[in-house]
Design a protein around this ligand. Structure first.
Ligand code: GLC
Length: 751
C-alpha cells in the first residue's frame, strides 16, 4: 500500500490554507449566503420530521414571485461567455450557483462539476482527489466501490463549501469515439445504471444534491449544441433511458441535467417526452431538471416541457419568465412546481439541515479509496506465458517507456478536469498528469532492479533500452476531453509504432493503456501482456504497480467492447456538424429554436455487445472480459422461474492464488420479443481463495427481462422460453439453462 509522504500531505494543507483568500473570507460563513445564525431556524419547515415535499410546500407559500424566479436560474459561472456575475460575492468559485431565500433560511445552491473529482480546486486554492475515470470505475462492476467513489466526491464537495454536485454522467457509450466516454459508465444500461446509482446514493449521503447527466442521448461532442438524436422510443427506453431509469431508482438524485442535443426533433431541455412523459410521468421523478450550461432554448416551451432551472444564467428563466408569468403564458402553477421540486431536493439531500461547512479534506482517506478503486478497475487483457505478475527476485532490469511515465498518469479534460494538488489553474482542455509517476511506483516495488525511463519520443532509442532490459513496460495514452471527439480508436502520436519497435526488441513487453475508451491494438500478437488502467486518478501509478507485481490480483472486466476494427462499429465515423453549424456561444446568442443536423442511431437498442453479436462481428476483447492471475470454473446452474427469477450456480477458484471473479448472468429473450441474442441481467463479484468454491444466488428483477411496449406505454414480460447464461464474460458463458416465463411470472415450468 502506498501512502503520500506526510511532508507532501502537509504541503497540500499548506497550499489550501495559505493560497485561498476565499477560505479566509468564508471562515465565519456557512457559505450558504446566509449568516451563521439562520433567521428561519424556528420556522415550521425546519421541522426535520416533516417530509421534503411538505417542507417545500410550506416554504413555497411564503415566497414572492421574485424569490421564486430567483430559484429558477443560475447566477453565472466565472468567465462564462464574458458576462458579469451580478452576485459574484456569493459564489463559492464553482461551476454555478442559485440564489437562496435568506429570510426563509433557504441557502444559496453552490454547484460544482464533480465527474471524477471536485473541479476548480487550483483556482480556489483547495485540494481535490482525482478518482479513476468514471468508465474505469465501471470496470470494477462493484456497487460498493461505486458508493465509496461517490462518498469521496460528496465529502470533498461539502468540505470545499459546495452543496450540489454536477457529476453522475451515465449516457451509454453508443459512440466509442465520443470525447466524454471516460466520464460515462459503459455500454450496458444495467451495469451503467447500477454503478452510477450507487455513486449518486453515497455522494448525496454527504449532504450535497447529486445530479445525473446528460439526459439524454448525449453520445457525441461534435456539434453537441446542434445535433438531433433520432431513435425509436422502444430503442431509447431499452438503452440510454434505461441507464438513467436504473440510476435514478437506485441513487434518487435531487437533479437531472438535460443535455445540449436534441432528441427526435426537440432540444432535450424543452423535450416534453423525455422530461415530462417519461422522467416525471412514467418514472415519477420528484426532483428538478436543470439545463446544461447554455442548453436552455426558450421560456414558455421549456417550462411547459418540464425544465425547472436554467443554467448558468437567466437568458430565458429570468425577466422573460417573469413577463411570461405576468402575461399568463406560463401558469403560476408551473412556476410553483419548478420551485417545489428545487426546494424538495434541497430538503431531501439535507443541504438546509446540514449546510456545507468549509473543512479540511481527508486527503489520506480519500487517496486510499482512489487507490482501492483503481486497483479493482484495472483490467488484465493479455498475459502470455504468465509474464505477469513480475517477480522482483527474478527481474534485474526494467525499462519504463512512454506517456510521461516519469511524471504521472493522464486525466480527462473539459468540465470534468480535476487539478493536481498545488497546480496552477488547468485550462479547459489541457493534458493534466497526476503524480506519483509510474517510474517511481514501479521502482518502489522492483526491490533492487535497475529501472530506467525512456520518453518513447524516439522509438529506436526506446527499443534499444528495451533490448537491454529483462522486461519493458510501455505506457501509452489516448487523451480525450469534453468538447471534442476522437477521430478514430487508434492510439495517437505514433504510439503503435513505439510498441511495435519495443516488442521487436524484447518480447517480454507489457503495455499499460491509459485510455478514455477502447483502442485498436495492431501489435497485440507481438506483446506479452496488456493492462487497461484507464485514467488512473490520484495514486493511480501505485495501483498499477501493485497489479504488475502481483500485490493485487486484477479483477476488473470491460464495461465496453473493444472492437477488432474501426469499421466494425455501428457508425463508420462521428457525424460531423454541417458547414456553418454554430457553436454553443452562437447558438445561445442567436437563440436557435431547433437542432440543426441529425444523428440517426440506426443501431437502436443494439448498443455495444448487442450490436457486434447481432451483426456477427468478432471483437478484439468482449464486454465483460478480464483475466486474473488465477482461474475460475462454473457449475451447477439452476433457474427458479418465480416472480423474480433466481439464478443459482457455483464458482470455483481452480488456480493457485486467491482472486475475485465477476460472475456474469445474461438472458436470451423469446424470439417473439425481437431482441438481440442476449442482454446482461445480473452479476456478482465473488472472492475465492485457491481451490475454494462458493454458491452464488442472484435474483433477476423483472424489469431487466422485460421489453418496452410503445403502445402501452410501458414495460412488459414477453411470454415464452428464456435462456439464462452464466460465465466470466459476454463471450464465455459455459452454463446455460432454458426456462419458460409467462407474463404472469410464477406460473411457468423449467425446461
Ligand atoms: C458543461 C458540461 C456539463 C457541466 C456544465 C458545467 O458544458 O456539459 O457536464 O456540468 O457545463 O460546467
Amino acid at each position: 500500500m502506498h501512502k503520500l509522504p506526510c511532508l507532501k500531505l502537509l504541503s497540500i494543507f499548506a497550499i489550501s490554507a495559505l493560497i485561498s483568500p476565499a477560505f479566509a473570507q468564508h471562515r465565519h460563513h456557512n457559505n450558504s449566503g446566509t449568516s451563521a445564525s439562520n433567521p428561519a431556524a424556528s420556522a415550521p419547515w425546519m421541522n426535520t420530521t416533516l417530509s421534503p415535499d411538505r417542507r417545500a410546500d410550506m416554504v413555497l407559500q411564503q415566497m414572492t414571485l421574485e424569490e421564486k424566479i430567483d430559484l429558477l436560474h443560475g447566477q453565472g459561472m466565472p468567465g462564462w461567455a464574458g458576462k458579469p456575475m451580478p452576485n459574484a460575492n456569493l459564489s463559492n468559485g464553482g461551476a454555478g450557483f442559485v440564489l437562496g431565500v435568506p429570510r426563509l433560511g433557504i441557502p444559496v445552491i453552490q454547484m460544482d462539476d464533480a465527474a471524477y473529482g471536485v473541479r476548480f480546486s487550483a483556482r480556489n486554492g483547495r485540494y481535490s482527489t482525482a478518482m479513476p475515470s468514471n468508465l474505469g470505475s465501471a470496470a470494477s462492476w462493484d456497487p460498493q466501490a461505486a458508493c465509496e467513489y461517490g462518498g469521496v466526491i460528496g465529502r470533498e464537495l461539502h468540505a470545499q463549501g459546495y452543496n450540489m454536485s454536477l457529476g453522475g454522467g451515465v449516457d451509454l457509450v453508443r459512440q466509442l469515439r465520443g470525447g466524454r466516454t471516460f466520464e460515462y459508465m459503459g455500454e450496458d444500461p444495467i451495469l451503467a445504471g447500477t454503478m452510477v446509482g450507487n455513486r449518486i446514493r453515497c455522494e448525496q449521503a454527504a449532504h450535497v444534491i447529486a445530479d445525473i447527466k446528460h439526459y439524454a442521448m448525449n453520445d457525441q461532442e461534435s456539434g453537441r449544441n446542434q445535433y438531433d438524436a433520432i431513435i425509436g422510443k422502444r430503442a431509447m427506453q431499452e438503452s440510454d433511458l434505461l441507464g438513467f431509469q436504473i440510476g435514478i431508482s437506485i441513487g434518487h438524485p435531487g437533479a437531472v441535467m438535460c443535455a445540449y442535443n436534441g432528441v427526435n426533433g426537440d432540444y432535450s431541455c424543452e423535450n416534453k417526452y423525455i422530461l415530462t412523459d417519461v422522467l416525471k410521468g412514467e418514472w415519477k421523478f420528484p426532483g428538478f431538471v436543470l439545463s446544461d450550461w447554455g442548453g436552455t432554448h426558450s421560456t414558455v416551451k421549456a417550462s411547459a416541457a418540464g425544465l425547472d432551472n436554467e443554467e448558468p444564467l437567466d437568458t430565458y428563466y429570468g425577466s422573460k419568465m417573469k413577463e411570461a408569468v405576468q402575461s399568463g403564458a406560463v401558469p403560476m402553477s408551473q412556476v410553483d412546481d419548478h420551485v417545489h421540486r428545487i426546494l424538495r431536493s434541497e430538503f431531501a439531500a439535507g443541504i438546509i439541515d446540514n449546510p456545507a461547512q468549509k473543512s479540511v479534506v481527508e486527503v489520506e482517506r480519500d487517496l486510499k479509496i482512489a487507490l482501492h478503486v483503481e486497483e479493482h478497475s484495472i483490467v488484465l487483457l493479455k498475459n502470455a506465458h504468465n509474464l505477469l505478475p513480475l517477480d522482483p527476485a527474478k527481474i534485474h532490469s526494467i525499462a519504463i517507456i512512454g506517456s510521461h511515465a516519469d511524471v504521472g498518469m493522464i486525466s480527462g479534460g473539459g468540465s470534468a478536469q480535476v487539478d493536481p494538488p498545488g497546480s496552477t489553474n488547468s485550462a479547459w482542455q489541457s493534458h493534466v498528469w497526476f503524480p506519483p509517476s509510474p517510474l517511481k511506483a514501479v521502482t518502489a516495488l522492483a526491490s533492487g532492479a535497475t529501472v530506467k525511463f525512456d520518453s518513447g519520443s524516439d522509438p529506436a532509442a526506446a527499443a534499444t533500452l528495451a533490448g537491454q532490459s529483462d522486461v519493458a513496460i510501455v505506457f501509452v495514452n489516448q487523451w480525450s476531453s469534453e468538447g471534442m471527439d476522437l477521430p478514430n480508436l487508434s492510439l495517437p502520436d505514433n504510439q503503435d509504432a513505439l510498441i511495435d519497435q519495443v516488442a521487436a526488441a524484447n518480447p517480454r513487453t507489457i503495455v499499460v493503456l491509459e485510455t478514455s475508451t477502447a483502442v485498436l491494438m495492431p501489435w497485440i500478437e507481438k506483446v506479452g501482456a496488456v493492462v487497461e488502467a484507464w485514467y488512473a486518478g490520484s495514486d493511480g501509478a501505485p495501483a498499477v504497480a501493485n497489479v504488475l507485481f502481483g500485490d493485487v490480483n486484477p479483477s476488473g472486466k470491460l464495461p465496453i467492447t473493444f472492437p477488432l476494427t474501426e469499421a466494425d462499429q455501428p457508425s463508420p465515423q462521428i457525424v460531423a456538424p454541417p458547414p456553418g453549424a454554430q457553436g454553443r456561444a452562437a447558438v445561445m446568442r442567436t437563440g436557435v429554436a431547433k437542432p440543426t443536423f441529425t444523428v440517426h442511431y440506426t443501431e437502436g437498442l443494439k448498443v455495444g455487445y448487442k450490436w457486434y453479436e447481432s451483426e456477427n462481428k468478432p471483437v478484439l476483447f468482449p464486454f465483460g472480459f478480464g483475466l486474473s492471475y488465477t482461474t475460475f470454473s462454473y457449475s451447477g446452474l439452476q433457474v427458479e422461474p418465480d416472480a423474480t427469477p433466481t439464478v443459482t450456480f457455483t464458482v470455483k477458484n481452480t488456480g493457485d492464488r486467491a482472486g475475485e471473479e465477476i460472475a456474469e448472468v445474461y438472458a436470451g429473450l423469446p424470439a417473439s420479443a425481437n431482441e438481440p441474442p442476449k442482454r446482461l441481467v445480473g452479476w456478482s463479484k465473488v472472492q475465492l481463495n485457491a481451490g475454494e468454491s462458493k454458491q452464488v444466488r442472484i435474483a433477476i428483477p423483472q424489469l431487466y427481462l422485460s421489453i418496452y411496449d410503445e403502445q402501452q406505454p410501458g414495460w412488459k414480460l414477453a411470454p415464452g422460453s428464456y435462456s439464462f447464461m452464466v460465465g466470466g464474460s459476454s463471450e464465455s458463458l459455459p452454463l446455460v439453462q432454458k426456462v419458460n416465463l409467462s407474463a404472469a411470472i410464477g406460473t411457468s415450468s423449467g425446461q
